[in-house]
Design a protein around this ligand. Structure first.
Ligand code: HEC
Ligand code: HEC
Length: 493
């Protein structure tokens, strides 16, 4: 039997509904009131201005709107404390905070002691502001005053863009052009690059292993490439056709020799190219063919088993080289596709693609023996040190995040999961381990493990430098320094 609603009941329901709407409305008004001072950043920030402007304009917003999950705050939502419910809510909330801080920790601000970290953090912050994915909807829909409003969002994105423009400038000027090196015009640079690529990796069959081997060797030895690349070298897929702006891309960090021998050698060139000057950067765009039929072990990591990645490698129409100050700083697979999409087969994942796996499936191109010349006297010693270091990485879970799967969504990811890839971090590993900032939040907890890892990282850097010096490769790393190096740069402001 359905009971009729009495007018008293209706009044009660209306009353509570009205109360809820009012409460929400009040919270919304509070949110409007609390809009932080907005400022639209229109001109490039000097490196020394980045941290002060962050503290003044950005930190107040993110502390308030993101602090519940991305800081060490002891505040917890009310349901954390409700008896019975808390048996579920405690572990849920704590796990959410752990995950959030592992990916993005606001506790240490911009980490200006390490330029690489500063760039990474600003890229992450800008990313979630652009796609409006943070704070999570479930969180701000109950608390409208915790939503980032348009004003704040614009302020953060504008600030991040100006800061990143300046940081790119810093890293790319970091490795100084060798003063004895010939100054080339844009056209001369393009010609020499084209000659280097077409002579070292000319068109051949997609599965021609001998042609690939030759290309690896020639690309490794090529004098122009050896002396005209920045380190760390950045590589990834272009985000959008015709966009050559470095700060819009998702790029990974590589040692230049590793990238050349193991990635660049997978593409074949016919010498054709186009030049697009983009402000102070120049884009050199080369049509390519991809070597899609080599043995599994000749790809530096098994990207062939990810349908999306494999497709992008096969379909990219061109490789784009971005050069600044007569140095190539970035390379990208174009978003533009081949006119005729080539046929290619997906491959099966057999789970055996680790550098220590024996047998046919081993990624041979990840080992120092295939990276360095046969007569390099430091190869074996470096390999020995890497193996000890890798055991330490595994014990401390470093390879949970620093692998191609990129479980923590890094914007400039660094692989620590194979011998060759780890060379990119040789100069920054000793720094982050000494400062004990990785893994994020906790660092390495055990004192003895930390000391051992620091010693191994120092030894790794030393041996890596000896091996690379033997190959006459670039040794310096333009990100292995604090954001602001020069004290007078600070005082001028
Ligand atoms: C209610 C908790 C919560 C709040 C509040 C929150 N986050 Fe997150 N955040 C998370 C969780 C959980 C993850 C990891 C899961 C994921 O990536 O979606 C995350 C991931 C991230 C990441 C890394 C993922 C990526 O795509 O780069 C960034 C950056 C980030 N948050 C920034 C922010 C910012 C900025 C704010 C404030 C405007 C914020 N978050 C507010 C919980 C939160
Ligand atoms: C939970 C995921 C996670 C784990 C585990 C982790 N890292 Fe990281 N790592 C990150 C993130 C996120 C960044 C970028 C933000 C930053 O630099 O603070 C980063 C940055 C780095 C960088 C670059 C820093 C720079 O200055 O350019 C190095 C090197 C590094 N980590 C090494 C390590 C080592 C070594 C370990 C293990 C002891 C480790 N990481 C464990 C997530 C992780």
């Amino acid at each position: 039997m359905v009971k009729k609603l009495t007018s008293k009941k209706v009044a009660t329901i209306v009353f509570f509904a009205a109360l809820a709407v009012c409460a929400w409305g009040l919270m919304y008004l509070k949110h409007l009131e609390e809009i932080a001072p907005s400022k639209i950043f229109q001109s490039a920030l000097r490196p020394s201005e980045i941290e002060p402007t962050y503290k003044k304009y950005i930190e107040p917003i993110v502390t308030k709107k993101c602090g519940a999950c991305h800081t060490a705050t002891s505040e917890r939502p009310f349901f954390y404390y409700i008896p019975l419910l808390s048996s579920w809510s405690k572990s849920y909330v704590d796990a959410e905070i752990d995950e959030a801080r592992g990916k993005f920790d606001l506790e240490k601000g911009l980490a200006v002691e390490r330029l690489g970290s500063t760039m990474e953090r600003i890229l992450s912050l800008r990313g979630v502001m652009q796609d409006k994915s943070m704070p999570p909807t479930a969180y701000h829909s109950l608390r409208p005053y915790q939503k980032v409003n348009e004003e704040e969002r614009k302020t953060i994105v504008a600030w991040a863009n100006q800061a990143l423009a300046s940081l790119n400038e810093e890293t790319f000027k970091g490795v100084a052009v060798d003063p004895s090196q010939e100054e080339l015009t844009i056209e001369q640079f393009g010609e020499q690059l084209s000659l280097a690529l077409a002579s070292a990796s000319p068109l051949a069959g997609k599965g021609d292993a001998i042609a690939h081997k030759k290309a690896m060797q020639k690309i490794g030895e090529n004098e122009f490439l050896k002396t005209r690349m920045n380190s760390p070298f950045l590589w990834g897929g272009q985000n959008k056709d015709k966009n050559y702006d470095t700060k819009d891309q998702h790029l990974n960090r590589f040692n230049p020799l590793v990238w050349r021998k193991f990635y660049l050698s997978l593409f074949m060139f016919d010498g054709d190219y186009e030049i697009f000057p983009v402000e102070e950067t120049v884009a050199y765009v080369f049509p390519v063919k991809f070597r899609s039929e080599l043995a599994d072990g000749l790809y530096p990591y098994p990207f062939w088993h990810s349908p999306d990645k494999w497709r992008k490698y096969n379909e990219a129409r061109t490789l784009i080289f971005l050069a600044k100050n007569n140095k190539i700083v970035v390379a990208m697979r174009s978003a533009a596709k081949q006119d005729l999409i080539p046929k290619y087969a997906q491959r099966k994942w057999n789970g055996k693609f680790r550098w220590f796996d024996a047998g046919d499936y081993q990624p041979v191109v990840n080992n120092y023996a295939s990276l360095f010349s046969p007569d390099n006297p430091h190869t074996e010693e470096l390999d020995r040190v890497y193996r000890s270091l890798a055991l330490g990485f595994r014990a401390e879970n470093c390879t949970l995040c620093h692998t191609p799967a990129n479980s923590s969504d890094m914007k400039m990811l660094e692989f620590l999961s194979s011998p060759a890839h780890t060379l990119a971090a040789k100069d920054r590993l000793p720094i982050i381990l000494r400062d004990n900032v990785m893994p994020p939040v906790s660092g390495v907890n055990n004192h003895n493990s930390k000391t051992t890892l620091v010693e191994l990282a120092d030894e790794f850097q030393l041996k890596a430098n000896m091996a690379l010096a033997f190959e006459r490769e670039i040794l310096s790393d333009s990100m292995a320094r604090p954001l602001v190096v020069n004290k007078s740069d600070f005082e001028a402001n």
